[in-house]
Design a protein around this ligand. Structure first.
Ligand code: SF4
Ligand code: SF4
Length: 81
């Protein structure tokens, strides 16, 4: 019986962790982006493209490493929670 509770706790904790990662996302505040391309250069998985002068992040490719956030001197890349 005790083992069942522990297993249930592990399942719930894992589900919450997965949900938290899935819900958070890296995004570009397009009003602040000047299209310099610095973020595109540093992204290790090529998830960023400059389209019509603005950075666009491919959420499917993004591994949420946050390197692009640090690279943007215009503070245009944010992380939602
Ligand atoms: S580094 Fe910042 S300003 Fe430059 S393209 Fe990327 S998001 Fe836009
Ligand atoms: S968080 Fe990392 S993987 Fe995602 S777009 Fe930025 S640099 Fe690329």
């Amino acid at each position: 019986m005790k083992n069942k509770y522990i297993l249930l706790l592990i399942i719930v904790f894992t589900a919450i962790s997965i949900l938290a990662v899935t819900m958070s996302a890296i995004y570009v505040e397009s009003n602040s982006c000047v299209g310099c391309g610095d973020c595109e250069q540093v992204c290790p998985v090529d998830a960023i493209q400059i389209i019509d002068g603005k950075a666009v992040i491919d959420a499917e490719k993004c591994i949420q490493c946050e390197i692009c956030i640090k690279s943007c001197t215009y503070n245009a890349i944010r992380k939602s929670k």
